[in-house]
Write a protein that binds this ligand. Structure first.
Ligand code: ACM
Length: 264
């Protein structure tokens, strides 16, 4: 299975330009599964709830979503893409999954980071897995990585590849994903954005260095800090079904859930 990430700098509020960038970057690629950054349609730093609402779009009928679905159709690949989603009166920080036959599902971010709490509604949907080409995948968004339960529950539900849309501003995630993948024996694709975004007095630097991580915590591919690029690697997703780290230790079967009750 060929899995990869698209790393780019979304331009704030410039939906059509963001679509064009993605179309250009994906023109000559061949992949089974491509993951794109968080909020790829809109950019990150909103200045009001109204602005977030206006820049968000309904999924899957919005213009940005339809353009990404068209790429998935044309390229006969699956795409997980981060998006500012409008649903009724609410705005969500979401990711959607689309494939050769069109739209499949949406995941709404569970753990909102810092000022995201001002613009977005917290999700009320559980972590879910989807089967594509016989392989189970799960979606999560950026700060979800900070909560090990996100990847754990997806992995316990059978996810072999974690699709991780990100707008990272802290320096820890790429290193943490090594442990997250190792402790769950899953693959992960962290698709981060790049660049500085300044809106009024607020300015953030996004760290790039998107990463594909293997089941033993090995870094299979990484991008530079500021480049707009796509990287694709070939994996055997069946490797993620084997939770034995040696003939005597199976990290899922040996969980002592009777000692973990306080977690819930
Ligand atoms: C983040 O969750 N975008 C840091």
């Amino acid at each position: 299975m060929k899995i990869g990430f698209l790393q780019f700098k979304p331009l704030f509020g410039e939906v059509n330009k963001n679509i064009s960038k993605i179309q250009k970057l994906t023109r000559n690629i061949k992949a089974d599964l491509l993951v794109m950054p968080e909020l790829s349609n809109s950019g990150y730093i909103f200045t009001s709830k109204k602005e977030a609402f206006e820049l968000a779009e309904p999924v899957p009928t919005g213009a940005f979503t339809r353009a990404i679905i068209e790429i998935a159709r044309k390229k006969k690949m699956y795409i997980v893409c981060g998006i500012a989603e409008r649903e009724g009166k609410n705005v969500y920080n979401s990711a959607f999954l689309a494939g050769p036959k069109g739209f499949i599902d949406t995941y709404k971010k569970a753990h909102l980071f810092y000022n995201e709490k001002l613009w977005f509604k917290k999700s009320n949907t559980p972590f879910k897995v989807h089967t594509i080409k016989g392989v189970k995948i799960g979606m999560m968004i950026c700060f979800d990585w900070f909560f090990p339960e996100s990847m754990r529950v997806l992995s316990l539900k059978g996810a072999q590849v974690i699709c991780h849309c990100a707008n990272l501003v802290m320096p820890y995630c790429q290193k943490a994903m090594v442990t997250r993948c190792l402790e769950n024996r899953v693959f992960a694709v962290t698709a981060n954005r790049t660049g500085q975004e300044t809106r009024g007095k607020k300015s953030l630097h996004f760290t790039g260095m998107s990463q594909i991580t293997g089941i033993n915590g090995e870094i299979l591919s990484t991008a530079g800090a500021s480049e707009e690029t796509i990287k694709i690697v070939t994996i055997n997703p069946r490797d993620a079904l084997n939770k034995n780290i040696n003939p005597k230790n199976n990290i899922f079967k040996e969980r002592r859930v009777e000692f973990y009750r306080d977690l819930a």
